[in-house]
Design a protein around this ligand. Structure first.
Ligand code: ZN
Length: 84
């Protein structure tokens, strides 16, 4: 189990309600269903890219930011598909 203090610090500093590390989803509280689906999509992405996931995520984040990030856009589409 992750250190709750560290996880809370990361979440609050980044302004996120949840974040995913591989197969572990860390949340400051019980996330809404839409956030769960978004984070579970990141788990699927991690399964696909393996060890390349984090470097790829950071590279795209640096080049495109959050809003235009391909993995975030993919995760956002996952929410819309399930909510439709
Ligand atoms: Zn995301």
């Amino acid at each position: 189990m992750a250190d709750r203090g560290l996880a809370r610090l990361i979440l609050s500093r980044r302004g996120y309600s949840a974040i995913t590390f591989g197969h572990v989803v860390v949340s400051a509280g019980q996330p809404p269903d839409a956030i769960w689906r978004h984070e579970l999509r990141h788990v699927r992405q991690y399964e696909r890219f393996g060890c390349a996931f984090l470097p790829l995520y950071l590279l795209w984040y640096r080049r495109r930011g959050y809003a235009r990030h391909p993995l975030e856009r993919d995760a956002a589409r996952a929410i819309k598909l399930f909510d439709a």
